[in-house]
Design a protein around this ligand. Structure first.
Ligand code: PGA
Length: 250
């Protein structure tokens, strides 16, 4: 099974940057022939990126989606529109959206449902903050975040989705979680969902994000419990990103 690498560019990039990035990525396709690479540019460049990645094995990820498919919702993006431009994944519940846009579980659940409805795979982000980490309650916090969705919609909500475990204190900070910690939390999440119902067993994926870089990517990526990576900062610089994909396939 090919592992996934999502490049979350957040609010960075422009057409010139994207054109060059994709050109270099295409040239180096041998490097990631055994992986699935997905680019998540700012929404305004999604269609542009879609055209550039045509006939490649690079896919497109959206950083956001609205809870409505159409109508009077100024400034929003519809899952249907994203589907039309070949969006494969949508990131939901990223800690930056939870924090700066006050997205709560009820909204996130609606986003998951609408994403699945148009056959796009949701990437649901969960993770503990620094206080939780220091209190050693990371596992409890992650389970609590998942529990809300299960309580509302049943375990089936996790079928064919991706869970991104991202310790908030590690996102964009350069502070690395230890391999031991990453492994432990991922095992806990997998066990927690698998134990809820046999039918769901491993019908979901778990990826990791938080200050992944060329030095730590190999160890994290090759953990047995990890199905891929969600990379922010280090995915923006193409040379750094190429080093990451080189390293993980060593
Ligand atoms: P980072 O971001 O790699 O810059 O820590 C990860 C993310 O926000 O998903």
């Amino acid at each position: 099974m090919k592992k996934i690498i999502i490049c979350n560019w957040k609010l960075n990039g422009n057409k010139k940057f994207i054109k060059k990035y994709i050109k270099i990525l295409k040239k180096n396709k041998k490097l990631y022939k055994n992986n699935k690479i997905s680019i998540s540019p700012p929404i305004i460049y999604m269609d542009y990126t879609n055209k550039l990645i045509k006939n490649t094995n690079i896919s497109l990820t959206s950083q956001n989606v609205d809870i409505n498919l159409k109508g009077s919702f100024t400034g929003e993006i519809s899952a249907k529109m994203l589907k039309k431009i070949n969006t494969k994944y949508i990131i939901i519940g990223h800690s930056e959206r939870r924090l700066y846009h006050k997205e709560k579980n009820n909204i996130l659940l609606k986003k998951i449902i609408i994403t699945k409805k148009v056959n796009i795979t949701p990437i649901i982000c969960i993770g503990e903050n620094i206080n939780d980490y220091n209190l050693k309650i990371s596992e409890k916090i992650c389970k609590k975040q998942l529990k809300y969705f299960i309580k509302k919609k049943g375990i089936k909500i996790f079928e064919n989705i991706i869970i991104a475990y991202e310790p908030i204190w590690s996102i964009g900070t350069g502070k690395n979680a230890s391999i031991k910690h990453i492994n432990k939390i991922n095992k806990t999440i997998r066990k927690y969902i698998n134990n809820k119902n046999k039918k769901i067993k491993n019908k979901f994926k778990i990826i990791y994000g938080g200050s992944v870089n060329k030095n730590n990517a190999n160890k994290i990526f090759n953990l047995k419990n990890i199905d891929g990576l969600l990379i922010g900062k280090s995915s923006i610089n193409i040379n750094e990103f190429l080093k990451i994909i080189k390293n993980i396939n060593k």
